[in-house]
Design a protein around this ligand. Structure first.
Ligand code: CA
Length: 228
């Protein structure tokens, strides 16, 4: 059961939301301000935060902005609660990192369906990992690991490796790689591809994976995930 942390100082709203979510099958945790919410977060991580815009002390918006800067909480889905209905406020709320917005007064049914929609969206946003042997590329975490070691590579090498790992065992010309990885809007020489392939191999070689990127003479490059 997904766990929702409700952060709202108005007791009536908090209880109503808590009751509605509990009845819809969610686990519910409650906090009345950012201080007690921080305390709740340090004990267990919820699947979604329902946060009132206007909280005593640090406002809901400022609290969310802070969470979005912190490594452990930046990916937590957030729905803001607010009494304000102005469009500019909505945009401000979404800019601060909120995933959606529910205006008070709201119906329990509306609240539940918004929460379900955000949870669904976050689920599909979680891109799958690409693996080859114990080489793992995680697009969401923007990381490449081999066993327990994290590989160090530049952003272009990362995009290149991601493209290769998501299109294994096929040969791509330098021109195709430029289109797919750099995009057509960029003017770069085909030689650039060779430079970045070289750098990518350098990042992979301490872990024995440089051989996965094969040069196909006269054609281009291929990622071969036939391990072993
Ligand atoms: Ca409030």
């Amino acid at each position: 059961m997904p766990k929702i942390l409700i952060v709202e100082d108005e007791e009536a709203v908090r209880l109503m939301a808590g009751f509605a979510l509990g009845r819809a099958g969610f686990q519910v945790d409650e906090a009345e301000d950012s201080v007690s919410a921080d305390k709740a977060l340090s004990t267990s991580q919820p699947d979604l935060l329902l946060v009132d815009w206007m909280l005593p002390g640090i406002s809901g918006i400022d609290w969310i902005k802070r969470l979005k800067r912190e490594e452990t909480t930046k990916k937590l889905p957030v729905i803001m609660l607010t009494a304000r209905a102005q469009e500019s406020d909505k945009i401000y709320g979404l800019d601060s990192g909120a995933d959606d917005y529910v205006t008070k007064p709201f119906s329990p049914r509306e609240l539940v369906s918004r929460i379900n929609a955000v949870l669904r969206r976050c689920q599909t946003d979680k891109k799958e990992e690409y693996t080859s042997g114990d080489l793992i590329l995680n697009p969401e975490a923007h990381s490449v690991t081999a066993g327990s070691k994290e590989l160090d590579m530049g952003p272009t090498e990362f995009r290149l490796l991601k493209f290769f790992m998501s299109h294994p065992n096929r040969v791509y010309s330098r021109e195709q790689l430029l289109d797919f990885v750099w995009g057509r809007s960029h003017f770069v020489e085909e030689r650039t591809v060779d430079v970045h392939v070289l750098r990518l191999r350098k990042s992979l070689s301490p872990h024995g994976y440089d051989g996965l990127i094969q040069t196909v003479r006269g054609v281009g490059y291929r990622f071969s995930d036939k391990t072993g």
